[in-house]
Design a protein around this ligand. Sequence first.
Ligand SMILES: O=C(O)C1=C[C@@H](OP(=O)(O)O)[C@@H](O)[C@H](O)C1
Ligand SMILES: C=C(OP(=O)(O)O)C(=O)O
Length: 449
Amino acid sequence: MQPTDQGFRPLTARRRGALAGRVRVPGDKSISHRAFLFGGLAAGTTRIHGLLEGEDVLATGRAMAAMGARIEKQGDVYVVDGVGNGALLEPEGVLDFGNAGTGARLTMGLVGAYDFAATFVGDASLSRRPMGRVLDPLRLMGTQVVARSGDRLPLSIHGPRMAAPIAYRVPMASAQVKSAVLLAGLNAPGVTTVIEPVATRDHTEKMLRGFGAAIEVTTDAAGARHIALEGQGSLAAAGDLTVPGDPSSAAFPLVAALIVPGSDVVIENVLMNPTRTGLIETLLEMGASIEIADRRNEGGEDVADLNVRHSALTGVTVPPERAPSMIDEYPALAIAASFAEGTTLMQGLDELRVKESDRLSAVARGLEANGITYEEGRDSLAVTGTPGGRGLGGGTVVTHLDHRIAMSFLVLGMATERPVSVDDARMIATSFPAFEAMMTGLGAAIGSA
Ligand SMILES: O=C(O)C1=C[C@@H](OP(=O)(O)O)[C@@H](O)[C@H](O)C1
Ligand SMILES: C=C(OP(=O)(O)O)C(=O)O
């Protein structure tokens, strides 16, 4: 374990009774980032309800404020007065995105077509992550870049006088890259097109349309999506915007309820956008008892309440094409798989290697530390479970500044025979500040020793 005098915050979860109760997870992180970005850009006032007040999202809010948006919290509502499309101001200081890949990459796209300089910094995790995937298309549009080797942070960009619209085929399944190119296209004359061979979360397209952008989505014979955006049009404030509950955060109480005997938990108001529901689909295939109740539409997105009960799970093979719809949920799925009968095989995981940590490796090391049988491939993970969790646990997991590794292994410790510790829980605040309180409220035992 790392010494606490380095600022680390170790945390331990141990088995106790069943989990029970109703909870509401915080607002979706992807939609919250975009609410600040588009609200801060569009002319007029956007009132954001249910925003995720995680550190990642607040960093995006600060960046937009540094470029001219006015953001004020009134009660539970964030009121954003935007500058108008094309009217961002050059930030005076550096833009610090902390741990947030989405905030950094989408903002790079947004300012990459402006004729001013912007400098991006972040924490040790973000400074290790590849930014070339966003900088490459920006270079094609005429953006100048000065970056640390390997296109890492810290870096500065300066857009051209007049950005060139491009047609760009996204080389990896990444909603962040798709979004960055579209955001740059907002300030380029003419039509910017993103071609997406594999569909990823569609929040940018949906929200841009909601803010009045001229955007068209078609699918070609090969199944690739073509997203065409007319640049330099006006964006109008959305009025009231409601952020649904984050399915990536819901994954933690969901998996915890499935693996802790006797549990019965309702998770309210979870986003059910089909580009985000891969984990639920997979758990249902494994035999999970998840009742999807009161499906409804709120603010243009499907949401539902999930009633989850402890279940006997069976291992399955998760196909690679499902990865984009559950990309952040594999660490949580690996924990569910640790309690399933047989082996769960997860494929097509190459993108997990460039998240807040190398998540494939971090999960594998965490499983190993807790006596769970696994096989780590170049882009795959196989986990063989022990129903009941007998003999499992007892390890300390290195989290590498990764919130999802911390939360996943704390969930593991709620059901294993021996407690599970994580070396540092600080990053949980980036996406789910209420995690500990919520899980404790359901009956989980989480503490500092
Ligand atoms: O666009 C987004 O909001 C996100 C896209 C995904 O990243 P990639 O685009 O790198 O797959 C995901 O992992 C991240 O948590 C949020
Ligand atoms: C990958 C994630 O976020 P980001 O890329 O925004 O850091 C995540 O939240 O799991």
